[in-house]
Design a protein around this ligand. Sequence first.
Ligand SMILES: [Zn+2]
Ligand SMILES: [Zn+2]
Length: 183
Amino acid sequence: MVAGMAVLWFFAGPVAADLCPKCKGKAYILTVGVCKECGGAASSGAFKLCRKCSVRLGQCQHCRAPLKGKPVELDEKANGKTVTAEIGQHVIVRLRGNPTTGYRWDVRKLKGDAIKQVGKVKYVQDKAPKRMVSVGGMFIFTFRAAKAGKAALALAYARPWEKKKPPARTFKATVEVKPATKK
Ligand SMILES: [Zn+2]
Ligand SMILES: [Zn+2]
């Protein structure tokens, strides 16, 4: 009983600050959850992040949506370009690829500490008819604008075992991070 009350008190407290507007109004189960990032205790079983990781990554504790506005989204068309982001904003890079060919996108270079990679690369396969297995999909990299300055990002599409061969495709972008504007 005492533990239950403590959890309720915690919910009325500073926890709400680390939820996105969509998740703020919801009721959550009052059990302790496990943080997907650090394995620490999250304040609800429905949460994917503990408060610390939520603050560090700038993501909602529940749905992991970025807490600072919409992310800056980049695809192949942004290759070679300079984009701007605000501190706390996420920068998402989506690049087409097909891992069944042995190729994969990787971060080759991240120069400057203005942005930091969040989590690992995700791969989302295109919807395909049953039994079709060699369809391509999207490699998704997430970065967080961490501090004001510039970061040079270089990604390469290559086969991990073909170290001496130049990559089949490359992607480069410069991210200029500006201090967050007050809203
Ligand atoms: Zn954590
Ligand atoms: Zn959320």
